[in-house]
Design a binder for this molecule. Structure first.
Ligand SMILES: Cc1cc2nc3c(=O)[nH]c(=O)nc-3n(C[C@H](O)[C@H](O)[C@H](O)COP(=O)(O)O)c2cc1C
Length: 175
């Protein structure tokens, strides 16, 4: 892939919230997880974990925990990407909290792009009640859910979402 193909690959991903009933294959799921494990991490500690949720009851429970965001129930798989505080804090102390959240975030980003590479669709979902998600998945105390990545075979929107001009984000040398 050359640099313009790479840009096109990124620019043509959209969040998708409508999905068919056809589930991900095991191979697709494994591919997405393998891509996540190529992500960089602070000190290479990989302070992230993921709960792969496919059962319908659990997907509905996650949708409820995410303030009734139904796309989580409609997607055939929800990857619940979590920060593992113990793994990072054992080396980095308090700073490890931030590193673990960053590790989980970049792992989730790689998963989202891996799904896109396989022509699957996804929606990063950050609005949820953490306590409710913890309860649905029986998460231990040192594991913090960071993002719910709804994934499936979807119906992409006709038009891409608009963006600010890249320059609007940029401050050169100093703010
Ligand atoms: C940190 C974060 C949190 C998000 N939370 C939600 C969410 O709770 N529900 C939702 O439907 N989309 C959510 N999204 C998806 C955004 O709405 C979407 O990425 C944005 O509107 C740009 O659209 P695009 O992904 O189609 O380019 C979230 C995205 C990010 C990165």
């Amino acid at each position: 892939m050359d640099s313009s193909e790479f840009f096109g690959f990124l620019a043509h991903r959209s969040s998708v919230r409508e999905y068919t009933d056809e589930p991900l294959t095991e191979e697709e799921t494994d591919y997405i997880l393998a891509c996540a494990s190529t992500a960089p991490s602070a000190g290479n500690l990989e302070a992230w974990d993921v709960v792969v949720v496919t059962e319908e009851d659990a997907r509905y429970a996650l949708a409820e925990a995410a303030f009734d965001q139904e796309h989580l129930a409609r997607a055939s798989t929800v990857f619940v990407v979590c920060a593992n505080y113990v793994r990072s804090m054992s080396r980095y102390g308090e700073r490890g909290i931030l590193y673990a959240v960053q590790d989980a975030t970049i792992a989730c980003t790689f998963m989202m792009l891996a799904a896109h590479a396989r022509k699957l669709h996804s929606c990063w979902t950050g609005a949820f009640d953490e306590a409710a998600v913890r309860e649905v998945l029986d998460l231990p105390q040192h594991i913090r859910p960071v993002a719910l990545l709804a994934t499936g075979r979807g119906h992409p929107p006709a038009a891409l979402t608009e963006r600010m001009d890249a320059g609007e984000h940029v401050h050169r040398e100093q703010w």
